[in-house]
Structures are given as structure tokens and as C-alpha cells.
Design a protein around this ligand. Structure first.
Ligand code: SAH
Ligand code: TMP
Length: 386
């Protein structure tokens, strides 16, 4: 596989490929990539993903900020640290209220956008060393949070060591990432790509926490990114209680065999079945003379397009609203990426919804396209035409 966000400026550009394979550990229940790409190759001053491109994610993070603000109410001079704050989509709400905060963000280009929103940002990879530095500079944190960032960091042990150092004894860690049980149930295999090193469940997060003196105390399912989970962890203290729903969710995960290799066996079969159905559907439409484009040059789509071998012969172009992606080519499959306006003015019959995690928002936004007969092709949990 090529790197998921390795969009090409020119077709002559050299691409780097790596083996994308996933393993399961029967001792700690972690599902993770077996080979990884060095973080400096993925997170740098030209990082492609911007959290604020989706209205839904903007709303989601406003809600996240509200929850944090409620949890710190009553605390004296609370301090909140967010790992992977990206363009400041969440922390800007704390900055507006004058709450002491820090975004830790190694990708300099997105950190710059956060700073422009008034968000205090430190351009560094979070780990034990940078945690010590933050404590020296600003003291310990009441809340440490991170969404869609823990799953990106190979050296999780250093991150959790850093959390032990940075978190106050009565502090809370919020950790939000795509949820393994949703990935399994929906066969959303395109969540698997180089930047996502880990695919967490309550079982694996609980084990990971234990190894670092942190207890999983709450879990809150989230609808974003096709099904995510917000885990809450605290340092072990006598008064801590595990919420009833954590017990239930862990039982549900065990009932789905997420603690044994059995839980994962059918996954490949389901993946292959979706890929062949999708490819046959695209070929059928194409042979009927229809034009097909892609909607959203997501990182996820790199896995789908490369694994199913869907290229420019089936997909004419992919439209995307991210300025940094337009006029580039998709990694490995070399499909041109066009600005959204091109799609808005076009009269194609079918759009493959590669940004499927934003389905509600996009289907609503594209009412005019659908009214004039344009259709979306969906592929999770099975191929469907909307
Ligand atoms: N939290 C945002 C961004 C997720 S993308 C959201 O949910 O939309 C992941 C972000 O984590 C990127 O901006 C990346 O630069 C950052 N990141 C990667 N490794 C990191 C590390 N070790 N410490 C802090 N942030 C990291
Ligand atoms: P994500 O799936 O990683 O959140 O990335 C979403 C991608 O889809 C991103 O490149 C922006 C693009 N996009 C659009 O082009 N139009 C839209 O309406 C939305 C919500 C996303």
C-alpha cells in the first residue's frame, strides 16, 4: 500500500509503498499494524487532514468542548491539554472562554491554523519527554484529551508514560478513536491504513491503561467516523468507580469474541465480498455508459481503491473541498482530484461516496445533485445506491 495521505503533485513523483498487515494480540487484546511508517513521514509541515472541513465534526467538537467545560467547572485554574489538536477545532472553544489550554500538534501547518484561532499550540510529538517539558513550563493538567490521535501513535507506551507524568492525580484522560466493534460489524476495513496503527476496543484500552496505572472508568459511544468510542481513564484512586455501561460494553465485546482470534476471522471474507460487489457495480454502470466520480479524497479511500484495484478506468476524478488535496493525484491509483466546484457543475450519474463517514452531511448538502437524478454509491456495510 502507498501511504494513505501521500497524494501526488505530479505523476512522475516517486511513491513509497509499505506492507499493510494487521495483527491481534491474545494477551492484551490489541489489534494493530504489524509494520509502520515513521511518524515524521506522516506528520510534518504539509499534513493533509484538516478537522474543520466537516460541519459535522465542527459540531461534534463543540459538543466535546462543552463536556470538558462541564467537567472542569468548580476547579481552580483548570488546565486542559489536547493531543493532536489539528486546526484547533475543539480547543478554540476553550480559548474563547479564557480557559488555560495547550494543543500538542507535531504537524506545523495545521498547528499554524490553530494558532491563528487563538489556540495555544506546541509543535512537538507528544511523548514522555515532551510531557515533562509541558509540566516544567505549565504544570500538570486537569484534563488530557485526544481524538483520533492515540490510534496514530506507534509508541503508545511513551504516550501513556507521558500521560502519567502530565495528568494530575484527580485528572481525567479522554481518549476518542474509531471503535473496533463498529469496524468489525460494518466491515469498515478502509479505517485500516498507515496512520491508524491501533484499532481499539474497551478490552484493549482497559489493558493498556492498567499497564500504566490508569483505570478505564467510563465509555461513551460516538456516531462520528462510522462509529467511535470515547474512553475515560483515571489514575487508580480508592474512590474510583467503573460505570455500569463499561461492564456491559466489555461483556458485549467478549460476546463478539474480540478477546480471541475468532472474532476477526470472518473479517477478510467480508472485506473481499464488499470489494468484488463494489467493483462489479462500478463496471456495470460504466458499461452502461454512465460516468462515475468519487466524492471525498479521504485517507481511507487509499485503502479501498488500492485493495480493490479501482483506478482511473472506473473513477474519472474525485472531488474534494480540501485546498491542499485538489489538483493532486490519489496515492497508488493516480485518480485526479478536482475542486468541489467541478463536481457541482458536472452532470455525472454516479458518485462513489468515499467520505462515507460524512454521509448524512453530504447527502443533505447534495440535494440538488440527487434531485436531478444523480446517485451516490455507498459500500458499507454493503454496496447500495442512494
Ligand atoms: N483531533 C483531530 C485531528 C485528528 S488527525 C480530529 O479528531 O479531527 C491526528 C492528528 O494527530 C494530526 O493532526 C497529527 O499531526 C497529530 N499527531 C500525530 N502524532 C502525534 C503525537 N505523537 N502527539 C500529538 N499529536 C500527534
Ligand atoms: P475524513 O473522512 O478523513 O474526515 O476526510 C474527509 C475528506 O472528504 C476530506 O478530504 C474533505 C472531504 N470532504 C469533501 O470533499 N466534502 C464534504 O462535504 C466533506 C464533509 C468532506
Amino acid at each position: 500500500m502507498p501511504t494513505a495521505n501521500g497524494f501526488l503533485t505530479k505523476l512522475t513523483q516517486k511513491e513509497s509503498f509499505f506492507p499493510l498487515s494487521v495483527g491481534f494480540c491474545p494477551n492484551c487484546f490489541m489489534v494493530q499494524l504489524l509494520e509502520t511508517v515513521p511518524p515524521q513521514k506522516m506528520f510534518h509541515d504539509d499534513y493533509q487532514y484538516l478537522s474543520s472541513t466537516s460541519q459535522r465534526m465542527i459540531k461534534h467538537f463543540e459538543g466535546h468542548a462543552t463536556e470538558i467545560i462541564e467537567r472542569i467547572s468548580g476547579k481552580k485554574n483548570p488546565f486542559v491539554v489536547e493531543l493532536g489538536c489539528n486546526d484547533g477545532v475543539m480547543l478554540l472553544h476553550l480559548a474563547k472562554r479564557g480557559i488555560a489550554h495547550l494543543g500538542v500538534e507535531p504537524s506545523a501547518n495545521v498547528a499554524k491554523l490553530a494558532k491563528a484561532k487563538g489556540v495555544k499550540t506546541k509543535v512537538v510529538f507528544f511523548n514522555a519527554e515532551s510531557a515533562r517539558e509541558i509540566v516544567r513550563e505549565q504544570g500538570q493538567a486537569d484534563i488530557i484529551c485526544g481524538a483520533n490521535v492515540f490510534c496514530h501513535i506507534e509508541d503508545l507506551n511513551s504516550v501513556f508514560e507521558g500521560i502519567r507524568i502530565l495528568l494530575k492525580d484527580d485528572g481525567i484522560l479522554f481518549m476518542e478513536d474509531p471503535y473496533m466493534l463498529d469496524i468489525i460489524n460494518k466491515t469498515s476495513f478502509d479505517q485500516i491504513y498507515d496512520e491508524h496503527v491501533y484499532y481499539f476496543s474497551g478490552l484493549s484500552v482497559s489493558e493498556l491503561g492498567k499497564r500504566h496505572g490508569l483505570q478505564l472508568v467510563e465509555m461513551a459511544p460516538q456516531r462520528v467516523h462510522g462509529g467511535s468510542m470515547r474512553y475515560y481513564l483515571k489514575k487508580y484512586l480508592p474512590g474510583n468507580k467503573m460505570a455500569e455501561n463499561v461492564v456491559q460494553l466489555l461483556e458485549k465485546e467478549k460476546a463478539s469474541s474480540l478477546n480471541t482470534p475468532e472474532g476477526y476471522r470472518f473479517f477478510k471474507h467480508n472485506v473481499d465480498s464488499i470489494c468484488s460487489n463494489l467493483k462489479n457495480t462500478l463496471k456495470k454502470f460504466k458499461s452502461q455508459g454512465h460516468r462515475i466520480v468519487g466524492y471525498g479524497a479521504t485517507a481511507k479511500s487509499t485503502t479501498l481503491l488500492n485493495y480493490a484495484k479501482i483506478g482511473g478506468d472506473l473513477i474519472e476524478y474525485i472531488c474534494d473541498t480540501t485546498p491542499n488535496k485538489v489538483n493532486k493525484f490519489t496515492p497508488g491509483t493516480h485518480i485526479p482530484i478536482k475542486p468541489y466546484d467541478v463536481f457541482a457543475k458536472d452532470s455525472v450519474s454516479y458518485a462513489l461516496l468515499l467520505a462515507w463517514n460524512h454521509e448524512d452531511e453530504i447527502l443533505q448538502k447534495e440535494e440538488a445533485y440527487r434531485k436531478r437524478g444523480g446517485k451516490f454509491i455507498l459500500y458499507f456495510p454493503e454496496v447500495a445506491i442512494e
